[in-house]
Ligand binder design. Structure first.
Ligand code: FAD
Length: 433
């Protein structure tokens, strides 16, 4: 049965207890805004290091219910080297800095999942960059070579071997790389929230309207209350611009995804009982796919610039695009196999660099990892807390040394450029969508 506009991962996770709405005027030592991977990690780190202080975590909607629950569940250890200019010393330095951060993110996630016993369908499967269209094969060969140069355990698979590995002959060439994990993102995010130290006070359905200076600290204005604190960490990802922050550096993109029902015994025969996989496209707007541990297929093949979000009519149209993508790969599956379709926001900058800074004394901003925030958000959240605590480490220096996001033109000029560029990229990725 199809459940419209419900994130499949959240629906399939266990019931997750609600936190209260924040009302009245409260004071805290630290306020963390945003209950995704970044905010959860930041709040946890603050509580570990400062157990006697008052730490408040707030979210506009449900904690662990935003992009952190809605993503495709790839915990990335080695970002596709195709996205970095490895052929220049500066490009290589930038890639390696991010790579150290991502590896630390994977290690931190692994530690938390084990120590907090978070059940989230974690599998050390890695990922497969795969292409259908021969025009993308050279890109994949470049990926394989770059992975090899970087010492990543990766191999090219093609033709019948690839078809057997995936259970579909749609793809012709792939690069399978180890290091990353596949997981159920809502179960992970909820597990991280449920295992937060008890000293953290959590509030949800409490949107922040405004953040302003108040004496030596900050006042955080909410719809039904307010908070004052000397230190505020803002971890709202795609929503920075709505809070008047980073307007000329980051912008949101809307992604939509669909998840099928579980495959039937006959369908399992059709795909040769393939082992679980996660496929990424060499084209930035190509399809991301998963064969999940609980034997469903996830497909995400739309990306659009729509700052006001997606309504039910648009989501229904995107679901048809997902169904077309499914049918191309698995002709025995049609739209009726889709159980859930949903949308989510990612936060992008022009040069794919995240936001990580103390923007004013006591005000810290962290987020914007493109579609790689599962591992990166987890570690960057911890590091932004370290920055607020006055800590020092090599990894913190790495995060501070990351190149800053490039400037973008103001709206409405930006809107026109973004739509034109995405339309070009969409055409280029059509054969892989
Ligand atoms: C469809 C999709 C697929 C993706 N696939 C992957 C993937 O496979 N692997 C990967 O690594 N990444 C992926 N991503 C990206 C990843 O989900 C994000 O990078 C990650 O969730 C960022 O975490 P975050 O905590 O910074 O932000 P979020 O998870 O977006 O959390 C921000 C929180 O801030 C809250 N908030 C916003 N405004 C306010 C306000 N005014 N007041 C209070 N709270 C507010 C929101 O409600 C939200 O809960 C994907 C994203 C999407 C949408």
């Amino acid at each position: 049965m199809y459940c419209p506009d419900i994130c499949g991962w959240s629906a399939l996770a266990c019931e997750f207890a609600h936190f209260p709405v924040l009302k009245g005027e409260l004071r805290a030592d630290y306020v963390v805004i945003g209950g995704g991977f970044t905010g959860l990690s930041a709040a946890r780190r603050l509580a570990e290091e400062k157990p006697q202080t008052r730490i408040i975590l707030i979210d506009a909607k449900r904690i662990a219910g935003g992009a952190s629950a809605r993503n495709s569940g790839f915990a990335v250890a080695n970002e596709s080297p195709g996205h970095a200019q490895l052929h220049t010393p500066a490009g290589l330095t930038t890639y390696m800095t991010k790579n150290r951060i991502d590896h630390a993110g994977m290690a931190e996630l692994r530690r938390l999942v084990e120590e907090c016993q978070i059940s989230c369908q974690w599998e050390d499967t890695g990922s497969i960059h795969a292409a259908h269209d021969p025009k993308n094969f050279n890109k994949l060969r470049d990926h394989a070579k770059a992975f090899g140069d970087l010492g990543v355990d990766a191999r090219l698979i093609e033709g019948a071997d690839l078809a057997k590995r995936l259970g579909t002959s749609f793809y012709e060439l792939g690069v399978e790389a180890r290091g990353g994990a596949l997981l159920q993102p809502a179960m992970l995010a909820q597990g991280l929230a449920a295992s937060l130290p008890e000293t953290i006070e959590c509030y949800e359905d409490s949107p922040v309207q405004n953040i302003s200076r108040a004496g030596d600290g900050w006042k955080v204005q909410l719809t039904r209350g307010s908070l004052t604190a000397p230190h505020v960490i803002v971890a709202v990802n795609a929503f920075f611009p709505r809070l008047g922050l980073k307007r000329l550096q980051v912008f949101p993109l809307v992604l939509t995804a669909s998840l099928t029902r579980q495959l039937t015994a006959a369908e399992e025969d059709e795909i040769g009982h393939a082992k679980t996989w996660g496929i990424l496209s060499p084209q930035s707007l190509g399809a991301t796919m998963r064969l999940t541990k609980d034997r469903r297929i996830l497909l995400r093949n739309t990306v659009e610039y729509r700052p006001s979000g997606i309504d039910g009519t648009l989501l229904a149209a995107r679901r048809k695009v997902h169904a077309d993508g499914l049918k191309k790969r698995f002709p025995f599956l049609d739209e009726s196999a889709i159980e859930y379709s949903w949308s989510g926001n990612i936060c992008i900058s022009r040069n794919s660099q995240p936001v990580f800074e103390q923007s004013q004394p006591g005000l810290y901003l962290c987020g914007g990892y493109n579609a790689a925030g599962v591992s990166r958000g987890t570690i960057m959240g911890r590091l932004i807390a370290d920055l607020a605590l006055g800590g020092q480490s090599e990894l913190l220096s790495d995060a501070l040394n990351l190149i800053k996001p490039n400037l973008i033109p103001p709206r409405p000029f930006f809107d026109i450029g973004a739509r034109l560029r995405l339309s070009g990229e969409r055409k280029a990725a059509q054969s892989e969508s």
